[in-house]
Design a protein around this ligand. Sequence first.
Ligand code: ZN
Length: 213
Amino acid sequence: MSGNPAETFKNSLLATPGFIDEEGVRHHEFKRGNHGRKMDFSVVEKGTPQYDKWVELNKLAIRERHSGEEELFIIGIADGTTQLAFDVVEAMGHYAVGLRTEKLSDNDVRLTQAARLLVQKYIRAAPATVIALEDIGTTGYTSGGVILETRELGVESGEVQNTWQRSSVLDFLVQNHISHTAIIEKEVPSLRPEQCVKFGDCSKGVELIPYGK
Ligand SMILES: [Zn+2]
C-alpha cells in the first residue's frame, strides 16, 4: 500500500466526499460551456493530514526542478491555491517568496498590485523564476495568463505546476510556450454540450448542474 505518494494522494482525493461529482449522479457545466465531472479542492481543509500532504507534494515537485540557488516566486491562483502557495513557501524556507493574485472576474485572475511591485523590485536585482500553483489544470488559461503577466514585468522564467492535470493537453500553456508539470496526471474528460447530449452524461439523463450553481 505504500506506493507512490502522488498516487496515494490522488486516491485519498477521490475518496473525499464532494471532491468529484459522483459518476452517474451529477455533472457540471463549466465556465466555457463544456460538461464534465467537477472537481473541487476546497474540500481539502487546512489543518488536516491531507492538506499537509498537498503542501508537501507541491514542495517536493518544486525542489525536484529547482536547486535552491535561484530566487523563486510562488504564485497562488485565486481563490483555489492562495493559501496553498503561502504554505508551500513556508515549507520551502527562505528562498521562495509568495505572490498573491486576485479574481477580477471568472475569466480574469491577475497579480495584486503589491505582488506586481514586489516582482519589479526583485527583477531589477537578480533573475528569478515564477511558479504558478494551480489546483486543477483544464486549459491552463488562468494560470497561464498570470505567467504572461510576469513576462510583461520582465520575468523570463515562468512555469505552471498543476496538482491535477485533467486534460491531456493544456492548450493555452502549449500555445504560449509555458512549461508546465503536474503532480497527478489523470484525464477526467469534459465534452462539448452537443457531444454530451449525444454520448455523454446528458445522453444518460445524469443531472446537469448549470455553471455557477
Ligand atoms: Zn452534459
